[in-house]
Design a protein. Structure first.
Length: 435
């Protein structure tokens, strides 16, 4: 985790103190269940809670023990015994380290997902507000980076809203998939521990029992979680790239907010660069990169190995922290985005009406011209305009083949900008509902 791209609430989920507190809760809840079924004394379970519930675990002491034992969970249990006393012998009975590690990881991932879902909600709120603000603001739609037909800026933002709505649904599903608990023992057979312990711990930790584990929770669940984060990051990048293109000097239809005193370049005082959206592009690449090791972690040897462990120690915190920062940055970017309708109209007019070429094509076919001929008539008048040699509407009115089918008034009718926006309300209802 790099402090520059880290928000405190998400970072706290991955702090050692948080991790050790979750480990303790898993062990203590397991002790409760063991006491309830008569495996350990009930007083021992009570003592475990009483002695360590409010304890601040000594991270340095645990690290010191681990340097000797070379085992993180044993180091923690040793330190816990120093706090709890003799009753600590009843801790971890019938359990294996992965019962603690995997259940803890899934608690952390579900908590992280809750923050990320809230982040997406902020992005959605910003997109919805700005989409309705510019619902009917005309702008040019581009395909291959080239002017195509008119759209509205509200539709551009509505596209993003729909995409992040899908992202939210995927993240909710990924959270549910990863929210499992395994307290099943050395190779997942419950030989040394009753399944009721797992059920109790799962409920207490806000999880559900893993239907079948080996010594670990199956990593396909985690692969789907991190893949989902990667897809969300791709949506962040898609919107960021749109903003970067719209801010280009030759376009300047939208622009990142530029605060008082902000500097764009150490060399050129005039510069106002799209630094936030460029930053989001880079962060998105990193989140996607974390998905690959998560997928490679699925294929473990037999009932388990630890090849996944080192990767997860990095990708768990880094992917969630990075996406959390990116989503909040994106929400702020959209909220403050500077939008220039006059420049949008200026760009719409740059090609002298060529953006209406399809309407002319269709109108000619409806008046009897073959599609091949209609395309030829429209294109031969469009190409001079593309080169800056005349006005599209004027050329069409002088073309004898066009005039065989369309009057001047009918030609002019095809240049109505509002024609392109007659279904904007329908699209908005599909995206936002009846609001």
């Amino acid at each position: 985790m790099i402090p520059r791209y880290t928000r405190p609430e998400m970072a706290s989920i991955w702090e050692p103190q948080t991790r050790f507190k979750i480990w303790f809760e898993i062990e203590a809840h397991a002790a409760d269940a063991l006491a309830e079924i008569g495996t350990i004394p009930k007083e021992a379970a009570k003592t475990i809670w009483a002695k360590a519930k409010d304890a601040t675990f000594d991270v340095a002491r645990i690290d010191e023990i681990e340097r000797e034992t070379k085992h993180d969970v044993i180091a923690f249990l040793t330190h816990l015994a120093e706090i709890v006393g003799p009753e600590a012998r009843f801790v971890h009975q019938g359990m294996t380290s992965s019962d603690v590690l995997d259940t803890c990881l899934n608690v952390q991932l579900t908590r992280a997902a809750d923050l990320l879902i809230a982040d997406i909600d902020k992005v959605l709120a910003a997109l919805k507000k700005r989409a309705f603000e510019h619902k009917m603001t005309p702008t040019i739609g581009r395909s291959h980076g080239i002017h195509a037909e008119p759209v509205t800026f509200g539709l551009k933002l509505a596209y993003a809203y729909a995409e992040f709505s899908r992202a939210r649904e995927r993240l909710v599903a990924a959270r549910k998939e990863v929210a499992t608990c395994a307290i099943s023992g050395a190779v997942g057979t419950f030989a040394q521990i009753d399944p009721r312990v797992e059920e109790h711990v799962a409920k207490a930790m806000g999880l559900v029992p893993e239907p079948i584990s080996t010594q670990v929770i199956p990593r396909d669940r985690h692969a789907m979680y991190f893949a989902t984060l990667g897809v969300i990051a791709s949506s962040v990048e898609r919107l960021s790239i749109e903003i970067r293109h719209l801010q280009r000097t030759e376009v300047l239809e939208a622009e990142e907010f530029f605060s008082e005193g902000q500097k764009g370049s150490s060399a050129m005082p005039h510069k106002r660069n799209p630094v936030l959206s460029e930053n989001l592009t880079g962060l998105s690449r990193m989140v996607r990169a974390y998905a690959m090791p998560a997928m490679e972690n699925v294929a473990l040897w037999h009932e388990r190995d630890i090849s996944h462990s080192s990767a997860e120690r990095m990708i768990g915190p880094d992917a969630t922290v990075t996406l959390d920062f990116a989503l909040m940055r994106l929400a702020g970017l959209i909220e403050k985005l500077l939008i220039y309708p006059a420049n949008m109209q200026k760009n719409l007019d740059r090609l002298g009406g060529l953006v209406h070429s399809q309407r002319l094509l269709i109108a000619l076919t409806q008046k009897g011209a073959s599609r091949e001929d209609a395309y030829k008539y429209v294109q031969r008048n469009a190409m001079p305009v593309w080169r800056g040699e005349g006005d599209f509407q004027t050329l069409l009115k002088k073309d004898p083949d066009v005039k065989k089918h369309l009057s001047d008034a009918e030609i002019e009718e095809q240049f109505d900008l509002g024609y392109h926006f007659k279904h904007v309300d329908t699209i908005f209802r599909r995206v936002f509902g009846e609001s």
